[in-house]
Every structure is written in C-alpha cells, then in structure tokens.
Design a protein around this ligand. Structure first.
Ligand code: GDP
Length: 289
C-alpha cells in the first residue's frame, strides 16, 4: 500500500511547487491523484470521498499560515487529514489489564496473542494467556507452544467445548498476572453464536481492552466485521496483521472508522517478535517524505 501511495502523493504535491495562490484546478488534480492512490490501496470509497472533500474545502477556504507557501499549506492539510484517517493514537498502558482478542479465523489472532504476551513481558510485566478458542482444532496446542517458548503461563483445555467454562476457570488460575490476554474463537464468518460468546466472555472477564485483529488483505469486508464486533463488545483498538505481505492494507482502515478507535499495533511477520506499535504521525510523515 504504502510505497505506491507515498510516491503518488509526492508526485502530486510536486505539481504545487512554486505556486503562489491556491488554485482550484491544482487542488482538484491533487485530490484526484490522492483518490486514485487510496482506492488502489483498498481504502473504502466513502472514506476516500470524505477525505477528498475535506482536503478540497480546507485547502481553498483556510488561509495559509504566515510564511507558508501554497505547497506547504496543502501538504499540511493532506497530512492532517491522512493522520485522521488512521484514527487517534491509542495509548498502551503498562499496568494491570485484561485484553480480549476478537477477530475471524485466520486473521492472525492466536499469533498476535503470543506477540502481545511477548511485548508486555519485554516491558517487565507478568503476563498470562487464556486460550478461549474452542473452535479451531489445535488452537490450544498452538498458543501453548508459543507461550512455552517465552515462559508465559497459558491456561486452556482442549477437551472442553465451552469457552465460558474455560475462561471462568482460567481467571481463577492466573491470579498473579498483571497482563491477562484472552484469545477467543474466530470461525469463518460472523455467526450469531460467535458474537454471543464474545459478549459473554467480555462480561465475564471485565476486559479492560477489546482489540480487533484484522488481516491487511481483508479489503472491504473489514467494515462489516468491525461493525458487528464493535456493536457487540465496543472495540477500543485495531491490530492490523500481515503488513509484511503484499496486501494493500487500506481495507483495514474501515475497521478503524467503524470502531472510531485507532490502530494499536501492526503485525509484520510470523515470529513472536514481529509486532510494532503504531504511531499515526510518524507513519504519515514517512509516507509524505
Ligand atoms: P487465527 O486463526 O486468527 O488465530 O490465526 P493464526 O494466528 O493461526 O494465524 C494465521 C496465519 O497467519 C498463520 O500462518 C500465521 O503465522 C500468519 N500470521 C499471523 N500474523 C502474521 C503477520 O503479521 N505476518 C505474516 N506474514 N503472517 C502472519
């Protein structure tokens, strides 16, 4: 997503160099280039249209700041609007907390659970994991193996099919943990049982955070998934996985818009260390060079 988007934007902004007044034609051309780049990156059309409108209106109506040329004036607005598209910056606290993981099967939820365990462990916190994924065969094996590698206790029961029972027991057995991460079942699609279960797990665990894991390749379905999970458990952060791949990534931004939350982390590979904090400002600065 980002390389192409970055170079299209830089080209478009170059066209404004040396201009002394903000003229409508130049701004419209820039917005058109920007729209093309964002839509090619899988960003939802409605989001792109809102963003374009805001850039157009602000560029033409706002007075450039003192001493600012036309290019800098428009660049500043494009920058601010793109940062807005990424959602607000999400703070990650380093205290006592319970994190409930949400997302469909294959999104990378289990891997991300282990990555988060590693992240908080590196910050010096006592971490524990509960495997509430009773749907995918081998889920408990997968997460407990990952946790063993980093010496993080992992509670689960591969013979129990009721996730609420597992989490009830798990909450009692991991009393010492400062950060508790609960992996949940994913399934292939949004089904009634899935949503009800995650609602129950959220109530039971009194989760501090409910983070939605979204595959960067998801495209437009990200909207619907995010909306359903958000209605059910009030998602307060999004983790976009597989950003190391060829995926365009823009679809996942719909999840940010639907949940009115921000991107907490980015998954950038298959190993347990491949998790990065997301900083919208730094990200867009790099993009615009
Ligand atoms: P779950 O069904 O949502 O629990 O998904 P898994 O955690 O089992 O992940 C599904 C696949 O995606 C696995 O092969 C993971 O190794 C892979 N995966 C997860 N996160 C990333 C990532 O950030 N980058 C890459 N390249 N692969 C990932």
């Amino acid at each position: 997503m980002l390389d192409r988007l970055g170079s299209s934007l830089k080209d478009a902004l170059k066209k404004l160099a040396g201009k002394t007044v903000v003229d409508r034609a130049a701004v419209e051309e820039l917005v058109k280039d920007l729209q093309r780049a964002l839509i090619q990156s899988d960003v939802n059309v409605k989001l792109v249209m809102n963003l374009s409108q805001a850039i157009k209106t602000r560029s033409l109506e706002e007075e450039p700041l003192k001493g600012m040329g036309v290019r800098e004036h428009v660049l500043r607005i494009v920058y601010q609007e793109l940062v807005g598209l990424m959602g607000p910056e999400v703070e990650v606290t380093l205290g006592q907390q319970t994190i409930l993981m949400a997302g469909l099967q294959g999104s990378g939820k289990t891997t991300t659970t282990a990555k988060l365990a590693r992240y908080f462990q590196r910050k010096g916190l006592r971490v524990a994991v509960i495997c509430g994924d009773t749907f995918r065969p081998g889920a408990y094996q997968q997460i407990s193996t990952l946790c063993q590698k980093i010496n993080v206790p992992c509670f689960g029961d591969p013979n129990e099919t009721d996730a609420v029972k597992i989490v009830t027991k798990g909450l009692k057995s991991v009393g010492q943990a400062e950060v508790l991460i609960i992996d949940t079942q994913g399934r292939h699609a949004l089904e009634e049982g899935l949503i009800q279960e995650i609602v129950d797990l959220n109530t039971l665990s009194k989760a501090t955070h409910r983070w939605l894991v979204i595959d960067a390749a998801l495209g437009q379905q990200a909207s619907e998934q995010a909306r359903r999970f958000h209605q059910a458990i009030d998602i307060d952060g999004v983790i976009i996985t597989k950003m190391d791949g060829t995926a365009k990534g823009g679809g996942a931004l719909s999840a940010v818009a639907e949940t009115k939350s921000g991107i907490v982390f980015i998954g950038s590979g298959e190993t347990i260390e491949d998790l990065e904090r997301f900083d919208p400002d730094g990200f867009i600065s790099r993009l615009l060079g």
